[in-house]
Design a protein around this ligand. Structure first.
Ligand SMILES: [Zn+2]
Ligand SMILES: [Zn+2]
Length: 92
């Protein structure tokens, strides 16, 4: 989406909703996983949060409507999220 690289499917059993290379996402959910949003605009990674029991999550903000959404980081499988990019994000 953002960097034009092909996003491979997850191999760790979870749905991938953001790009592992640039961490950008797409605004397709109102509630994570529901695909109910009609916005469909790019969401920028703005920071990290730590959720008890869920580990690190990257927070995305929609560039069109400002919607915030935390998303689980992909740490396992064939194409994990770029850890250097992740660590560059501020803690929220
Ligand atoms: Zn990308
Ligand atoms: Zn939006």
């Amino acid at each position: 989406m953002h960097c034009t690289r092909t996003v491979p499917p997850n191999t760790d059993g979870h749905y991938r909703n953001h790009c592992p290379y640039c961490l950008w996402s797409l605004h397709v959910d109102e509630v994570p996983g529901d695909r109910a949003s009609t916005c469909r605009q790019a969401m920028a990674p703005i920071g990290l949060v730590e959720k008890s029991g869920k580990g690190w999550q990257v927070v995305h903000r929609c560039t069109a409507c400002g919607h915030h959404q935390p998303n689980r980081l992909v740490r396992d499988g064939e194409s994990p999220d770029d850890l250097d990019l992740v660590l560059d994000l501020p803690w929220l």
